[in-house]
Write a protein that binds this ligand. Structure first.
Ligand code: THU
Length: 141
């Protein structure tokens, strides 16, 4: 598959970091105490944010990436141009396996996944690097 989507500009990256960091502050994470924010850039250049929302029935918790994707779909977005995930601490907060697959539904192999602290982007991956040999909507065609 050829990905013709444009790369992320510095201004878009900064706006995604700001949106994800603001979302992180709204996280409902009373159990893990681990707040996460995510921002999705859609094909129209719009940014959609999400935070993790945990639940007393622990498995029902939802990751920040899932919230951001839901916001994109609600706004009519159909393509993910880039994703940014922000968290605190030393370790890189990369999307969990389930979220990699959720991103895959709307993204291509070269879609950038940016991993950040509230201050800066710390690492940059492609979706294909995080989810190689993936299964997607075209496999059902
Ligand atoms: N979490 C996310 O929201 N996104 C990630 O990329 C990694 C993990 C959340 C799930 C849970 O609420 C908390 O972080 C601890 O795992």
């Amino acid at each position: 598959m050829t990905d013709t989507r444009p790369p992320v500009t510095d201004a878009q990256r900064d706006a995604m970091l700001a949106a994800a960091t603001a979302a992180m502050a709204r996280a409902h994470a009373p159990y893990s105490k681990f707040q996460v924010g995510a921002a999705v850039l859609d094909a129209q250049g719009r940014i959609h944010a999400g935070c993790n929302v945990e639940n007393a029935a622990y498995p029902q918790g939802v990751c920040a990436e899932a919230g951001a994707l839901s916001a994109m779909v609600l706004a009519g977005g159909t393509q993910v141009q880039a994703v940014l995930v922000v968290g605190h601490g030393e370790g890189l907060v990369t999307p969990c396996g389930g979220c990699r697959q959720k991103i895959r539904e709307f993204a291509g192999p070269d879609t950038p996944i940016l991993i950040a602290s509230p201050q800066q982007v710390r690492a940059r991956f492609t979706l294909d690097a995080l989810l190689p040999h993936s299964f997607g909507p075209e496999h059902l065609a």
